[in-house]
Design a protein around this ligand. Structure first.
Ligand code: DOR
Length: 448
């Protein structure tokens, strides 16, 4: 006799349906997947079934964060795959795509395999890893598997991962079909302005050194190469009004772009309040840039949201600019930040779910995720949209132990996070036994 495996029932949640309507009802999860959704499902039959009373809570597809830096291997004093994935689970992030600037760099298949092995052992949520471009590793880029794509740092990077020469960029764009994701900042301009502003230790100068023009020039170049070679391009963390306007005028179907919560919600005024904690690449911009980026997101010019979670220790951040490293954590705050904006009328809850989950699956060809419907993976988050509370340093899971949003009064915090049908976070407690799975990526065809 075969013993039936258990089901998980979530009862009376306000469920975001695929047509963006809400259904107050029950959902059954069995064998990693969503099996049934109805206003009222019959009582559980199996004594090992579990039930969660979700009255008053809203059920959304789990967040898929498409740009994070989780520091393992080699930089584990800042973060590691276990602590980062704990932070994800707490933040409602059920899958992440991680960047190649670890030690060693993820520029060859063996380094990619090593990360996949480490994540299989340590990550509470699902994972995928970019392969990093250098000026010389084209064969590695062509063969790497599985990966969401090739990451190119066109600027604001040093060492082998900096690819700032047009000939090298051209070689990568001309060969292969895989998605190219660019950090678009013009290194020559940054270099020249670093010299111009040398000796200034006020971190606010960071936004002037790596200015809007530096970002625009690199985005223009990436767009030109992508159009010339009809190459699938994704522009990471778009930060300026000028880039948003450029894409509004000229965005081929095979180009996508993302924005971070911090580029939507923080601006250069943050340096006065939190100093180098506000320092990141590309830098924070003006309130005008915030507004234009929001509008571009609402209009679909920007496709989705990524946190660029880039933790550094407080000790590292305490160094005087420019020795202070760039980057800020984000996976624990992104969903409540955006849901708070939705509750304040800036966008809808359905738009938040689209930008933080559904649209990411479409752009990267991640099958069976991003929508709450029978047959899809049960990667889900139950959020509480009725209460507000501040972001508190002592509650954070990230190893770096700080957030640029400390003290912000937010709603929409996750109450329960589910990965592959397993409860990984519930009412403030992590289930550290849960493990995520490696994501798969299908080729996405875009109309030319
Ligand atoms: O501010 C940043 N920090 N931007 C990046 O793109 C890289 C990141 C890091 O890894 O610290």
């Amino acid at each position: 006799m075969t013993v039936p495996t258990s089901s998980l029932y979530i009862r009376q949640a306000r469920i975001l349906m695929p047509d963006n309507s809400f259904l107050v009802g029950d959902i059954q999860i069995h064998d990693r997947q969503i099996t049934q959704i109805a206003p009222e499902l019959p009582p559980a039959e199996n004594p090992t079934d579990r039930e969660i009373d979700a009255t008053g809570l809203t059920l959304l597809p789990g967040v898929i964060d498409p740009q994070v830096h989780f520091r393992e291997p080699g930089l584990e004093h800042k973060e590691d795959l276990f602590t980062a994935s704990c932070a994800c689970a707490k933040g409602g992030v059920t899958s992440f795509l991680e960047m190649p600037n670890t030690k060693p760099l993820t520029t060859v298949q063996s380094a990619l395999n090593d990360k996949l092995d480490r994540a299989a052992k340590k990550s509470l949520v699902n994972y995928g890893f970019f392969i990093g471009a250098t000026a010389e590793n084209l064969p590695d880029l062509l063969d790497a598997h599985p990966t969401p794509g090739i990451k190119i740092f066109m600027g604001s990077m040093h060492g082998a991962l900096l690819v700032d020469q047009e000939a090298a960029l051209e070689r990568i764009f001309a060969n292969g079909k895989r998605l190219i994701a660019v950090h678009a900042e013009d290194q020559a301009r940054i270099r020249q302005r670093r010299e111009q502003f040398a000796g200034i230790t006020d971190p606010a100068i960071h936004s002037q050194i790596q200015d809007n023009q530096a970002a625009l020039q690199a985005t223009q170049l990436a767009l030109r190469l992508s159009k010339h070679y009809q190459r699938r391009l994704h522009i990471l963390h778009l930060s300026t009004a000028e880039e948003a306007e450029l894409l509004r005028q000229d965005k081929p179907a095979w180009v996508t772009a993302e924005v971070t919560p911090q580029h939507l919600l923080l601006n250069t005024s943050a340096y006065e309040k939190i100093g180098t904690l506000a320092q990141m690449n590309p830098p924070l911009r003006s309130p005008h840039d915030n507004e234009v980026l929001w509008q571009a997101l609402l209009d679909g010019v920007i496709d989705f949201i990524a946190t660029d979670h880039a933790p550094h220790t407080l000790e590292e951040k305490a160094q005087l600019y420019p020795n202070s490293p760039s980057g800020m954590p984000g996976v624990e705050t992104s969903l409540p930040l955006l849901l708070t904006q939705a509750m304040q009328g800036r966008c809808s809850i359905a738009q938040v779910a689209h930008w933080m989950s559904t649209a990411v699956t479409k752009a990267y060809g991640i099958p069976n995720k991003g929508v709450i419907t029978p047959g899809y993976d049960a990667d889900l988050v139950l959020v509480d949209l009725a209460t507000y509370r501040p972001v508190l340093r002592e509650e954070l899971q990230t190893k770096c132990g700080w957030s640029p949003f400390e003290g912000w009064n937010l709603t929409g915090y996750p109450v329960v996070t589910i990965v592959g049908g397993q409860v990984v976070y519930e009412h403030g407690k992590l289930n550290t036994q849960v493990r995520g799975q490696a994501l798969t990526f299908e080729t996405v065809s875009f109309e030319a």
